[in-house]
Design a protein around this ligand. Structure first.
Ligand code: NAD
Ligand code: WQD
Length: 338
């Protein structure tokens, strides 16, 4: 059975392709390499011993996309392709709306035209904003995200709900919390372009002395140590959830399905706890300074992921230290490539 994976050479996509191949799905990847590199394809092959089909083009190119559907019998799609830098989305909102929404609509048009179903969308905990209560379950009210990036996720969800309802399609929205870590082989991981915005890539680059010091954005939050709290989920655990979600969609007998799952560990960790866990896991030092809060940051977000456990039989298994150990191995691998 063939699954279309858009953005399949990206961070979460590449790990998910590995899990799909290991579970005997055939995979067709479309990725324009705007935030990934070709060697990831070779590394997927090295890890799995299997060769996914790869098309390097921009999903905004409708005619090329249509040819992929002509060439393969697509049983479902996992749609990772999107721009994801929160800060950049504030400077280039139109690029974000165009890339994240036009690509989505192009794929859905093909699904409609060819009477296909089974669509999984990468959403984000950003759709909850600063929730009034923790942990956050799927019924927690959504808040309009501050960033244009976040808005593309909320709009993408709405587009998919309408798509499922109007055309009787099966759709799953997966709301990721904060994905971290790398593949245990150290052959796959996140490729931050330029200066990383996210915490773990910045910590990793600081430990390897590419950056001088980590700036901790604020230690005056109303938390135990004053730094903000997030739910850091290991990327391989996250990838496995996609296979479970896909299996459930494929097995569904109803014509119309709109499933929503939070994917997190259920445990919140503060910025300082992450830094200390990284130092413990890897026996390296991470110099840091305390700075002002970063604009737009929330105090705390962690998941209630019980629904995913109940309905998908999925649970995050990997502890923070282990995820951070794999990140460091990936960083060392990247340095051998320079
Ligand atoms: P990533 O940037 O590593 O992967 C996205 C991939 O899509 C890249 O390989 C990129 O080259 C490709 N791509 C982007 N636009 C494209 C286009 N127009 N045509 C073809 N390919 C295109 O990102 P990621 O961290 O793997 O995130 C995957 C998805 O999960 C995204 O939709 C992201 O918004 C969502 N998400 C990510 C996080 C996170 O913190 N990483 C959290 C929540 C949700
Ligand atoms: C985590 C914590 C920072 C960097 C973002 C997106 C969200 C989702 C995940 C896609 C915060 C602190 C960070 C640094 C720091 N992505 N920090 N120094 O902000 O929770 O979420 O990624 O959907 O939409 O907004 O993740 O990794 O940027 O920050 O102190 O150099 O680390 O202030 O408290 P965030 P993050």
């Amino acid at each position: 059975m063939t699954i279309l994976v858009t953005g399949g050479l990206g961070y979460i996509g590449s790990h998910t392709v590995v899990e799909l191949l290991n579970n005997n799905f055939d995979v067709v990847i479309v990725d324009d390499l705007s935030n990934s590199e070709k060697f990831i394809l070779k590394n997927i092959e090295e890890v799995t011993g299997k060769k996914p089909v790869f098309y390097p083009f921009d999903l905004k190119r409708k005619e090329l996309l249509s040819q992929v559907f002509d060439a393969h019998e697509i049983a479902g799609c996992i749609n990772f392709a999107a721009y994801k830098a929160v800060g950049e989305s504030q400077e280039k909102p139109l690029d974000y709306y165009e890339n994240n929404l036009f690509t989505l609509i192009n794929i859905l048009q093909e699904f409609k035209r060819r009477n296909l179903s089974n669509f999984i969308f990468s959403s984000s905990c950003t759709v909850y904003g600063q929730a009034d209560e923790q942990p956050i379950d799927e019924n927690t009210p959504l808040k309009t995200p501050e960033s244009s990036y976040g808005k593309t996720k909320q709009m993408g969800e709405e587009i998919l709900k309408d798509f499922a309802t109007a055309y009787q399609k099966k759709v799953t929205l997966l709301r990721y919390f904060n994905p971290i870590g790398s593949h245990p082989s150290a052959l796959l991981g996140e490729l931050p372009l330029g200066i990383p915005n996210n915490l773990v890539p910045y910590v990793t680059q600081t430990a390897s002395k590419i950056r001088e010091k980590l700036s901790i954005w604020g230690n005056d939050y109303p938390t135990a140590d004053g730094t903000a709290i997030r739910d850091y989920i290991y990327v391989v655990d996250l990838a496995k959830a996609h296979v479970k979600a896909l299996q459930k969609l494929l097995d569904e007998t109803s014509e119309t399905v709109i499933d929503i799952y939070n994917l997190g560990t259920g445990k919140g960790s503060s910025v300082l706890e992450v830094v200390e866990a990284f130092e413990r896991a890897n026996h390296v030092e991470v110099p840091y300074q305390i700075c002002e809060r970063r604009a737009g940051d929330i105090t705390v977000a962690f998941a209630n992921a019980d629904k995913a456990e109940r309905e998908l039989g999925w649970k995050a298994e990997t502890i923070l230290e282990e995820a951070l150990r794999t990140t460091w191995e990936w960083q060392k691998y990247l340095q051998t490539r320079i």
